[in-house]
Structure formats: C-alpha cells, structure tokens
Design a protein around this ligand. Structure first.
Ligand code: TYM
Length: 333
C-alpha cells in the first residue's frame, strides 16, 4: 500500500545520532520504497520557539537539508523544504489552535521539560508548538509519520485534533488521522554520559552525543569515554534491566548494524565493554563519516541547497495551499 509520509526536523544545529537512528535513517528507508510519497520538512518555525541567532538559523536550515540529502534522501523523489516558506503551516496552526482545548496542551510532557521551572517565562510558541506540528502533518493528508519515541505524545495529540476538527465541523474524514511510525526498538537513543537521559542537541556536554558532523577521531574518543558499568556484557535481554548505559550502547550497535539486540548480545555476551566499544566506534565511523563528509561538501554549495528548498516549497505549497483553502471553506471564511 502506498503511504503518504510527512516528518520534520528542527534546524537547531548539532544533529546527532539520536536524530539519525530515531528518525532520519527511517526517512531514508521510506524514501527508498517507490510506492511512498514522502515529504521531509526543515521545521524552522518550530525552531524559533526558543531564541535563535539569525545567521546561525540560516546556516542550520541549509545544514539540516544537507543532512537529509547526505543521509540518502533523494530530493528528486521526496519533497524537501523549509516550513516558513509555505504560509499554510502557520495559518493552519491558528485555525487548529482555536479548536484545541488548553487542557490537551497542559498534558504535554515535552513542554514541561523544555519550559523548566520558570514556565511563566517560556514563550507562548513553545506552549502551542504541538499544534503547529499537527498543522504540518494534517495539511498533507499524511498517513504515516516517522519519528523517535519522544514525539509519540505529540502525534497522539495530532490524531485527537484531527478527529475533533472533523466532528466539530461535521466533515467526516476531511482531516486524515495519521499513524505514528515509531520503531519498536532503538527509537530512544540515550546520552553517552547518562543512560537515563535522552541524547539531545541541548546537552551542554558534547561528549554526550555523536554529532553527524563529527570526525573519526571525535567518534572514537566519545565512544571510548562513554559511560558503562563494571559488569561484563550479558547474553540475554532481561539481564540488561537496570543497566541503562549498557543497554544504550548495545542498542546503538544493533540499530546501526541493522540487527536485533538478541543477535548483538550473542556476539558480545561475556565480553568486556572495551571489545564492544572498539567495534562500535568502527561501525559508527564507517556509517557516519561518509554522511559527515557529504554534509560538509553540500553546505559549501548554498546555491544547490537553496534551489532544492525552493523547488520543495513550491511543490509543498501546491498540496498545503489546496488543503488550507478547503479548511477555510469548511470553517466559513
Ligand atoms: P526534533 O528536531 O527534536 O527531532 C527530530 C527527530 O529526531 C528524533 N529524535 C530522537 N530519536 C531517538 N533518540 C533520540 N535521542 C532523539 N532525539 C531526537 C525525534 O523524535 C524526531 O523524530 N517536533 C519535532 C519536529 C516536527 C515534526 C513535525 C515531526 C515538527 N513538525 C511533523 C513530525 C511531523 C521535533 O522537535 O523533532
């Protein structure tokens, strides 16, 4: 069955292994299936929910597009564009905001985490961020949305919003209720320094993550310094309970090697972490360095990247522009 895929990544710099294994690697697989229609968006409107430097933002938008292409997304097959170029996203977000109860947003755990202790100082944009995300998805009638585990709650909200809109305006099936595509395993990659914390671009320690632009030496060094525990590697999954760092490194190895955790445990069970780390650094380098080199090559070609983004925006506009007009008609404008 052909799928309509939509997903987005924020251009906030430091795209890392979590973004790659949790999302971008799956984008590439979906792009490679001829039957799918894929749209991958650089969500720059989402990025400004926290303060951004103007020049840095411009570079990060290009770098995110470059990362998509360097990872294997074919811009001739999939639409790649940045969100701020298609006005319908912000317009749709407003209309959906007007029918989304505040109570639904108050449940969002990511807002609570990101806003921190001083919620009063967080931007309104950060609070309504998930509604913009719903607008992104619903404007394209996306059937499937590939994301990491941390976006699950936002996708549930998107589904609720679609159903409420259809019910409130008596327009059954107008907004399509999308399915999340979250890998059962390895959809939450953790920090290399703390197995209980998500790998994140905002972690102040660069040693906590592998960036997709890291050099081979950096990858080797970060894996060498990754936190482990003092026990040997077990050979069964149950024995990984309460060993988050071990579970994370074994998960990363399995995911990047496209094999099950069970197979990895058979390979390394009884061995020391130094054995796993050597192999892990090697396979990560072999997969990440070509991507890193290609990102660096592409970001020097601003003209090419801007053309991809502009062509993508024109195609996206055709789809989203039509849907937003229908939405307005339904609402009564
Ligand atoms: P963002 O930019 O924070 O992350 C991009 C993608 O990377 C995944 N991810 C991870 N997966 C596994 N382990 C991790 N440590 C990890 N860190 C990040 C995220 O789950 C995500 O899939 N709100 C979204 C962007 C967005 C979007 C959308 C996504 C805006 N509109 C519409 C899908 C559909 C976000 O902040 O992603």
């Amino acid at each position: 069955m052909s799928k309509k895929i939509f997903s987005g990544v924020q251009p906030t710099g430091n795209l890392h292994l979590g973004n790659y294994l949790g999302a971008i690697k799956n984008f590439v697989e979906l792009n490679n299936d001829k039957q799918n229609e894929c749209i991958f968006c650089v969500v720059d409107l989402h990025a400004i929910t926290v303060k951004q430097d103007k020049d840095q933002l411009k570079n990060n938008i290009r770098e995110t597009a470059a990362t998509f292409i360097a990872s294997g997304i074919d811009p001739n097959k999939s639409i790649i564009f940045n969100q701020s170029k298609v006005y319908a996203h912000a317009e749709g977000s407003w209309m959906l905001s007007c029918m989304t109860p505040m109570g639904w947003l108050n449940r969002m755990t990511q807002f609570k985490e990101k806003a921190g202790k001083d919620k009063e100082k967080a931007s309104v944009g950060l609070y309504i961020y998930p509604i913009l995300m719903a607008s992104d998805i619903l404007l394209y009638d996306a059937t499937h949305v590939p994301v990491g585990e941390d976006q699950k709650q936002h996708l549930e909200l998107t589904r609720d919003i679609a159903q409420k809109f259809n019910k409130d305006f008596n327009c059954k099936d107008f907004l399509k209720v999308p399915e999340p595509l979250i890998k059962k395993n390895f959809s939450r990659i953790m920090s290399l320094k703390n197995g209980l914390k998500k790998m994140s671009k905002s972690d102040p320690s660069d040693l906590s993550r592998i960036n997709l632009t890291d050099s081979e030496d950096e990858i080797i060094n970060k894996i060498k310094k990754a936190k482990t525990d003092s026990l040997p590697i077990p050979n069964e999954e149950q024995k990984l309970k309460d060993r988050p760092e071990a579970e994370n490194l074994l998960g990363i190895y399995s995911s990047i090697s496209n094999q099950s955790l069970d197979k990895t445990l058979k390979e390394f069970g009884g061995k020391n972490f130094s054995d796993l780390k050597n192999e892990l650094a090697e396979i990560l380098s072999s997969k990440i360095i070509p991507i890193s080199n290609e990102i660096k090559r592409l970001i020097n070609d601003e003209k090419y990247l801007d053309k991809i983004l502009l062509d993508g925006a024109n195609k996206a506009e055709q789809i989203a522009g039509k849907k937003i007009e229908e939405m307005k008609e339904i609402i009564g404008f």
